[in-house]
Design a protein around this ligand. Structure first.
Ligand code: NAG
Length: 358
């Protein structure tokens, strides 16, 4: 029998901590982390760029990643641009075309009647190297300036477990337009965050989960933090500080099937899943600089848009108006610049018992 007096004090501490699981400061461009997409497909929006792996279009300088547009004509010449066959099927894993949809691996200007994709640019992804489910992301970026530039920092589902786009979701942290701030749908002082989701491509209910943020001044002269907080109860994007929320989506009260009120002709791809579905699976990072396109991201007739989305010659109309837009692309100002990307995972809240013997 012990005669010592024992005082046992147990304190339960709910610790919500985060662990850094991805960190790129872009002191170099690591192609083991970032795979280039190689395609003419135009991102499903008939955008005008050709995504290439070339250090003139994607490079690091002083610890910053640049995604920068250049003129295809300067690379392949006028004749090849206007009448040539552009074949990028490639011959090895490192140079094989990554997306054949929308004639993405071969375009023929003579046959199509449109110049071949007139801008070279870059789109990078971590699909083979890094993906995660739930966490916090911060990207320090300076946005590009120049008419019809469309930079984006976003995420796609790794395995499309609920079916093809947009059934398995898409998380856009930052999308912008390089046009002047007086551009009616938002120029380079504005960015937007969006979730894309729906049982079919023509049932995408993204307008219900979309938010614009207009800053007091341009986003092209300083680095700002574009953030995402994402857990099983909801997500929000933020600007510079987590308290400065942009898009907020709560998962607790309804499912995306309820939210979307879809026609009964579609089956619920998320049946039996928690409300967070399809945003309850692993997503990977995508960074790109697109140009133009015919999806309506640049609305018809606005801001002197030189092409019509309905036209069979949209690409030519864009290219023929280069006298107007090319002078707004000034060197590295036209590049999307990324200083760092960090991702933290939430550690599961654990009860730590502190036991003190006195
Ligand atoms: C990269 O792009 C530059 C500028 O267009 C071009 O001069 C160069 O030949 C390209 N390099 C390769 C390997 O394609």
């Amino acid at each position: 029998m012990k005669r010592n007096l024992l005082i046992l004090s147990v304190v339960s501490v709910a610790a919500a901590t985060e662990t850094l699981i991805f960190n790129d400061d872009f002191n170099k461009l690591d192609l083991k982390t970032w795979q280039h997409e190689l395609t003419l497909s135009g991102g499903g929006n008939w955008e005008f760029e050709w995504y290439v792996n070339n250090r003139s279009n994607s490079f690091t300088k002083d610890g910053v990643l640049y995604l920068k547009p250049t003129m295809t004509e300067d690379y392949i010449g006028t004749q090849q641009l206007q009448t040539g066959d552009l074949n990028i099927w490639g011959s090895s894993p490192a140079d094989a075309c990554t997306a054949n949809a929308f004639y993405g691996c071969e375009r023929n200007a003579a046959a199509s009647g449109n110049v071949n994709n007139p801008i070279r640019s870059a789109r990078l992804r971590t699909v083979n190297s890094f993906s995660f489910q739930y966490g916090r992301v911060e990207i320090k970026a300076q946005l590009p300036k120049g008419d019809w530039l469309w930079p984006a920092i976003w995420m796609l589902p790794k395995n499309n477990e609920f079916g093809n786009w947009p059934a398995s979701g898409e998380i856009d942290i930052m999308e912008s337009r390089g046009n002047d701030p007086n551009y009616q749908s938002g120029g380079h002082d504005t960015f937007a965050s969006t979730l894309h989701w729906g049982p079919n491509w023509d049932q995408n209910r993204y307008p219900l989960t979309h938010k614009d943020y207009k800053h007091s001044t341009t986003l092209t002269s300083d680095f700002h933090t574009y953030g995402l907080y994402w857990d099983e109860n909801g997500l929000y994007t933020y600007f510079d500080d987590p308290s400065h929320k942009v898009l907020e989506v709560d998962f607790k009260t309804q499912s995306f099937w309820q939210r979307g009120t879809f026609p009964s002709t579609f089956d619920n791809p998320w049946v039996g899943e928690p409300n967070a579905a399809p945003f309850n699976r692993e997503f990977y990072l995508v960074l790109n600089l697109a140009v133009g396109g015919t999806s309506g991201y640049f609305p018809e007739g606005m801001g002197g848009k030189p092409w019509s989305d309905q036209s069979q010659r949209s690409v030519n109309e864009f290219w023929n108006a280069r006298g107007a837009w090319q002078q707004t692309w000034k060197g590295d100002d036209s590049a999307l610049k990324i200083d760092s990307i960090k991702v933290w995972k939430f550690d599961s809240a654990k009860n730590e018992e502190e036991v003190t013997f006195l």
